[in-house]
Design a protein around this ligand. Structure first.
Ligand SMILES: NC(=O)c1ccc[n+]([C@@H]2O[C@H](COP(=O)([O-])OP(=O)(O)OC[C@H]3O[C@@H](n4cnc5c(N)ncnc54)[C@H](O)[C@@H]3O)[C@@H](O)[C@H]2O)c1
Length: 238
């Protein structure tokens, strides 16, 4: 069976699509014939078929305005992949309130504002797919990753609650655990021998490895909502 998706007519907002997994997804949506719109503090280089807007997802007014512009330029939003996140490594004992609030503002509040921004389009269409990212660290925890792990632990209950709210509008809300993926965020959070640890325990995937699960969750083939999909282990690189 061929692993191909047709995104013709789709308008997919990708927060954090300037790099890593979101960037790979945005390019894949464009290649599948859809329109990808990246909302990112660092939108990255221009790519064919990808519209990019500089936005801080923690800024609710800016997110609502940016998505309003997207609808004017491209029409109703059909999909949201909310990937923008930060992962500083700080011990709880050393955490200052600004850092704690910033991680929450980006990783949790930013997801809420992005969902608020796209829901009117999806509810009006009676169709739409929202995909959030959790992390294995939500289950395992990790030294010096408490803020990140706590925000990622919030994704499943948030998604399940929102899924119940918008069920009658036929909007789907699901969570992907993408596995360990070689991105800027992963490299910053896992210097030196920590990379070896992940290579041995789960393997390390590439951003492109996560595109299939994301396109699937965005597509009408994924008839579930309030659900999780977990990519637990990567193939070793050949
Ligand atoms: N890489 C992994 O191993 C891994 C594992 C589990 C979960 N995840 C999750 O997958 C998602 C994508 O992660 P990634 O590894 O591709 O990260 P990445 O760091 O490569 O990309 C994240 C993007 O988010 C953007 N961003 C950061 N703060 C922002 C803000 N305030 N507003 C808008 N954009 C902002 C960055 O500029 C960057 O382009 C994240 O939600 C992450 O938590 C990743």
């Amino acid at each position: 069976m061929r692993a191909t998706f047709d995104a013709t007519g789709d308008v997919v907002v990708v927060t954090g699509g300037g790099a890593g997994i979101g960037a790979a997804l945005a390019s894949a949506v464009a290649q599948a014939g859809g329109t990808a719109v990246v909302l990112d503090v660092a939108p990255g280089p221009a790519r064919d078929g990808v519209d990019a807007v500089e936005v801080d997802v923690a800024d609710r007014d800016a997110v609502l305005a940016a998505v309003g512009d997207v609808v004017e330029r491209h029409g109703a939003v059909t999909g949201l992949v909310a990937g923008a996140a930060v992962q500083p490594r700080t011990a709880v004992a050393d955490m200052d309130p600004e850092e704690w609030h910033r991680v929450r503002a980006v990783n949790l509040d930013g997801v809420v504002w992005a969902c608020q921004a796209v829901l009117p389009s999806m509810i009006a269409r009676r169709d739409g797919s929202i995909v959030l990212f959790s992390s294995g660290l939500a289950h395992m925890g990790r030294a010096e990753a408490s803020a990140y792990a706590a925000t990622k632990g919030a994704m499943v209950p948030f998604a399940k609650s929102l899924a119940a709210e918008v069920l009658d509008h036929r909007v789907r809300v699901n969570v992907l655990f993408p596995g360990v993926v070689d991105t800027d965020q992963f490299r910053r959070a896992n210097p030196g021998s920590e990379r070896e640890h992940w290579l041995r325990s789960t393997g390390i995937g590439t951003p492109d490895d996560v595109v299939g699960p994301l396109l699937y969750l965005l597509s009408g083939a994924a008839t579930m909502t309030g659900s999780t999909l977990s990519r637990d282990r990567a193939f070793p690189k050949e």
